[in-house]
Design a binder for this molecule. Structure first.
Ligand SMILES: NC(=O)c1ccc[n+]([C@@H]2O[C@H](COP(=O)([O-])OP(=O)(O)OC[C@H]3O[C@@H](n4cnc5c(N)ncnc54)[C@H](OP(=O)(O)O)[C@@H]3O)[C@@H](O)[C@H]2O)c1
Length: 248
């Protein structure tokens, strides 16, 4: 995106304290946007905002909020910009350590839908009157939405269906709504210790270009969809997976 296109835009990046969200927030801030990062851990958000501010003199505001909690979202809305030019719904996670039996199944399914669906839907639908003409809603899902992935993949697939209706609803006010669906991305908190060297090699081997993704790869896709040049693209899913999954 050119400097001018992003200068002065209000950008909200959920999950912007770490990983992919942090890379997205950095790109927008570097381009001159006013960036607000949202997440549950206040200290993580503050450390990220402080580092970007002091090291690079970037304009980043932290807002602590559990985006799956409607009361928290309501409170956070008072701290988010009145005009949101770009909302990046990036917050999400996958919890594997739940018990067996119906209660374990419920915890996993409910948890994945709360962590990945509600974190996008509650804030977006509550802020829909804040998107100006030319506004952008960009939601980060996963290759798992198309390949399985149990309750996590199902929750990301739900966001694809939701994005279709969101694009139809917000289209008449000049707002585009798109998805970026990453494959494996290293250098984030997502996998924790699960992404060891053997697993990285295995996952790199599933791609056509022989490596897993970086947060910057996903950030570049987000930046493109947020650009004025992408104004005729809406209701779409941009796969960002190094050729791990073709043709969808
Ligand atoms: N890494 C991958 O391989 C990969 C692949 C496909 C898709 N993705 C997706 O990419 C997105 C970013 O993940 P990442 O890899 O960058 O992992 P990450 O470093 O764990 O980032 C996730 C961010 O979401 C925030 N978050 C989680 N739940 C939240 C909630 N209820 N309310 C507010 N913020 C919340 C976390 O902050 P707090 O914990 O402080 O709330 C964290 O900053 C996720 O949606 C993930 O599903 C990742």
């Amino acid at each position: 995106m050119s400097e001018n296109a992003s200068t002065g835009r209000n950008v909200v990046v959920t999950g912007g304290g770490t990983g992919i969200g942090r890379a997205v927030a950095t790109r927008f801030a570097e381009a001159g946007s006013h960036v607000t990062i949202v997440g549950r851990r206040r200290e993580v958000l503050q450390a990220t905002a402080e580092e970007l501010r002091t090291k690079y003199d970037l304009d980043v505001t932290p807002v602590a909020c559990d985006l799956a909690d409607p009361d928290d979202v309501e409170a956070a809305l008072t701290r988010l910009p009145r005009r949101i030019d770009v909302l990046v719904n990036n917050a999400g996670s996958r919890e594997l350590a739940v018990g067996a039996g119906p209660h374990g199944v419920l915890a996993r399914w409910r948890g994945d839908f709360e962590r990945n669906v509600l974190t996008a839907v509650l804030v977006t639908e509550s802020a829909r009157d804040r998107f100006p003409e030319g506004g952008r809603v960009i939601t980060v899902t996963s290759v798992a939405a198309l390949r399985g992935g149990g309750s996590y993949g199902a929750s990301k697939a739900a966001l694809h269906a939701w994005n279709h209706s969101l694009a139809a609803q917000l289209g008449p006010q000049g707002v585009t709504c798109n998805i970026v669906a990453p494959g494996t991305v290293a250098g984030t908190e997502f996998f924790g210790a699960r992404l060891n060297d053997a697993e990285l090699t295995r996952r790199a081997g599933r791609t056509l270009i022989g490596r897993v993704g970086r947060p910057a790869d996903v950030a570049a896709a987000v930046i493109f969809l947020a650009s004025p040049e992408a104004g005729f693209i809406t209701g779409e899913i941009l796969q960002c997976n190094g050729g791990e999954l073709l043709g969808r």
